[in-house]
Design a protein around this ligand. Sequence first.
Ligand SMILES: NC(=O)c1ccc[n+]([C@@H]2O[C@H](COP(=O)([O-])OP(=O)(O)OC[C@H]3O[C@@H](n4cnc5c(N)ncnc54)[C@H](OP(=O)(O)O)[C@@H]3O)[C@@H](O)[C@H]2O)c1
Length: 307
Amino acid sequence: MAKLLITGASGLLGLNLAVEAARAGHAVTGITGRRRVAWPGVDMQSVDLLDAAARAEIWQHARPEWIVHCAALADLDACEKDPARAQAMNADLPGALAAEAAAHGARFIHISTDAVFDGERGDYTEEDAPNPLSVYAQSKLAGEQAVAAANPAASIARVNLFGWSMSGSRSLGEFFVNGLRAGAPLKGFTDVFFCPLLVNDIAGVLFDMLDRDLHGLYHVVSRDSMSKYAFGVRIAELFGHDPAAIAPISVNDAGLAARRSPLLTLKTDKLAAALGRPLPDLPSALARFHALDQQGYPAQLRAAARD
Ligand SMILES: NC(=O)c1ccc[n+]([C@@H]2O[C@H](COP(=O)([O-])OP(=O)(O)OC[C@H]3O[C@@H](n4cnc5c(N)ncnc54)[C@H](OP(=O)(O)O)[C@@H]3O)[C@@H](O)[C@H]2O)c1
């Protein structure tokens, strides 16, 4: 058991990490931004992390041994509209927190993204040179560099993820489930490949990384990949809907403001070797996503909102 601080605890990844950490018996402080959240066994605090004085108070209050930094400006289109805020949230803040963690002797994992790659080639290792295409991805790469410079003992976890969120509409998995249930016309990209992990599975991997005191850059994604269209079709099958409700389309025809990367497949060999076990696979993650729904987990998350 550890004293664990999780930022972004109202977000898709951070809230699920807080839930899993509390279940695993850790003493958890969750930092939310504007949204207020309540979850049994988690000390939830609403703090503007860009305020250095407020961060100092949190260090004193929580005295964490481990930190997982999930808070970010993670909306691609919001980053395109406000690059200065993207820089502050995704680059400057991680560097400052990583330095503070080093000063307090706490183990630190910074959450980054597969989108640091341009997705032209695929099968990227941690040794491959990034080439971020969007403002979001550029700011996240700058965040990785700031963390590594401020705290060489920190870990940087490049993730891609899906799962159930407090808003009920944050992840691609929820997009497909909500749309299928509403009978809405849906589209899935046949030419964008990714390897997302279920947020609940990411928790176990990150806590294992902290326990083993791993340092440096790791790909924390599923060990296999799918197109976003195939991902939607599998969800339709699992949730008992007609997969024909999802039309296969090219990302180039979607009219998106921020450029997306087509082949975001990442190798996980480095982390598998460090942990002594393979990363989870996508079919199992999708099955657990469905099982959590059957257990009423999405409604529990929605009920955690206090605004
Ligand atoms: N979602 C994905 O598909 C994906 C893919 C790859 C990587 N990632 C990375 O994974 C991490 C988590 O992403 P996510 O999707 O879980 O994010 P999210 O759902 O958008 O949540 C963002 C979190 O950051 C908090 N936050 C924003 N500004 C803040 C501030 N000034 N002070 C304190 N908290 C602040 C938000 O708090 P409030 O909402 O309460 O204000 C929220 O808890 C990010 O680093 C992201 O880059 C995400």
